[in-house]
Design a protein. Sequence first.
Length: 299
Amino acid sequence: MNSLAYHVVVHALEGRAGWTPISRFVAAVAHVIDGHLPYARYNAAGRARAAEGVTEGQIESAVREFLLTDLSLGVRTTSMLSSPEVVVAAYNSYNASAKIAVRTSVSLPSGGPGSGAVVAQRRVLVGAPDPGPCRVGTLAMFDGLLGFVERNARLGGPPRRSLGTVAELLGVSNSAAAEASAIFEAEGSMSVGELAHRLGCHQRSLERKLKSEGVTAEALRQAARILRAADRLGSDASLTTIAVEEGFSDLSHMTRSFKSSAAMQPSLLRGLLRADALARASCGGYDGEGEAGRHALRT
């Protein structure tokens, strides 16, 4: 088993050093394609933070910050949900299917959201200690995912999450990477030459500019293709139709891409969205009465 960890928690534990707005955007692109990093980085960062005496609040704040710019399909799909129960199902489904080294499962209190502490259990699947900051970061991630339910209730629905909105949030909308990704997101796949023409520049100039920002046109195209396909999971179109129309060679290709991004198949993500739609319909849609509330977590 290749030991992995979820990239949001790894980045949050590693801290702010070295990050710039454009590197944050490029990381968002990379993690649409692959949502994981080696477990060794996660464990090392956790041990380093423990030695530094970092507080739980500092870790939780960093996790929330990185979640805001995370577009990998597991987080992006969960951010659209309105039901705490479906969020729990999404989180547990991810942990059950991902090749992660420490598997966490959660459950809501018997009285439902707001009636007590969310119970979390962690199972270490490798011969290594489980540093305290790693546990804090992982549970903070679940709390952040659950917090999307509250936000969606306040807003009357989920806000759009795209490469364009992340670029705007980070203040890099005028970068070559953001402008190129906006075209891919709006129009679908095209050659680098055609992309350069749409941007009004020569192909080599575009490639040099993207390289200076730390990304390639191919990475932007792959990320946009995955996101465009994910946007259609709530439709009635078959998964095969979505795969072919969004530029994948076939459904197997799209499934591999989704599993790399979220460790979950498109059929599972579609099932979560449909389960949430049923839950929303049964309680009359998004409203403040359905807010999840904040939860203390205990293991």
